[in-house]
Design a protein around this ligand. Structure first.
Ligand SMILES: C[S@@+](CC[C@H](N)C(=O)[O-])C[C@H]1O[C@@H](n2cnc3c(N)ncnc32)[C@H](O)[C@@H]1O
Length: 250
């Protein structure tokens, strides 16, 4: 066995052990409750645009993208555009290093504010980005996405828009067929289910009504996806526990 394989095997068993560490799990959730109350995820940028993510999940997305080398990413929920720029920058690196033949990202948001649109369109990586304004669950929006898939064959989908159960379940149903075999359907903000009751008093989502409840409902009937638990187990701090879904078409 080569040294890299041995290193990865050791890591796998360390991650499995860590996932059973109830004290660490409690510390993690306590920390996330405290950090979330401070709007922790709103304070980062990628190449000049605010990205509303935890850095830990960004590393996980990099690892996934290196492994699956998508030629198209479809993301619902743009906000300031930081996640679009982040994925576009990784697609750029994959192409310029000769690892992939190129890739682009389609971003969908119900409300692309003018100042955000202007900054995204002015960004040097905009050549890899396409914007669609509309609700992610409108038939018309999904038809627009379909018309832009073109010759992409290795597609990843990221859901990060409205975080209610009904909305995410509908997104899962409408976007799952875009995901290529072996690629990922990533559902952000599943962590809402694990945080304190009343953490989001001004939002329609909360414990019992959020992306994690939608993922579990979706997986009751859809057997083409399974939770890649090792990702959230190794991250510990993640907004997407049980949200990294790997596609294995039957
Ligand atoms: C959490 S933010 C997205 C953050 C972004 N992905 C990032 O990482 O920086 C959620 C976004 O979803 C958008 N949104 C809310 N409801 C939506 C819907 N029905 N369809 C599409 N986008 C929606 C909001 O306008 C908001 O910009």
């Amino acid at each position: 066995m080569d040294q890299y394989t041995q290193f990865k095997q050791e890591g796998k068993s360390e991650i499995e052990d860590m996932s059973k560490d109830a004290d660490l799990g409690k510390l993690t959730i306590d920390w996330m409750n405290a950090a979330n109350a401070r709007k922790y995820s709103y304070h980062f940028e990628w190449m000049g645009r605010p990205i509303i993510q935890y850095p830990q999940d960004m590393v996980a997305m990099q690892e996934i993208m290196w492994t699956v080398k998508p030629d198209l990413i479809i993301e619902t929920g743009i906000a300031h555009g930081g996640s679009l720029i982040y994925y576009a920058s990784l697609l750029e690196l994959l192409e310029t290093t000769g690892v992939s033949a190129g890739g682009r990202i389609i971003g969908i948001d119900i409300d692309i504010r003018q100042h955000n649109r202007a900054a995204i369109e002015a960004h040097p990586l905009f050549r890899r980005i396409e914007l669609i304004e509309g609700s992610s669950i409108d038939e018309e929006t999904v038809a627009q996405v379909s018309s832009r898939v073109g010759d992409a064959r290795n597609i990843m989908v990221v859901l990060d828009s409205n975080h209610t159960h009904d909305h995410v379940l509908k997104e899962l149903e409408m976007y799952q067929s875009f995901v290529s075999d072996g690629n990922y359907l990533v559902v952000f903000d599943t962590v809402i289910e694990l945080l304190d009751h009343g953490m989001f008093p001004d939002r329609p989502w909360g414990v019992g009504d959020n992306p994690m409840t939608a993922v579990h409902k979706f997986l009751e009937t859809n057997k083409d996806f399974e939770i890649d638990a090792e990702i959230h187990q190794k991250l510990q701090i993640s907004v997407a526990p049980s949200g990294y879904l790997k596609c294995g078409r039957r």
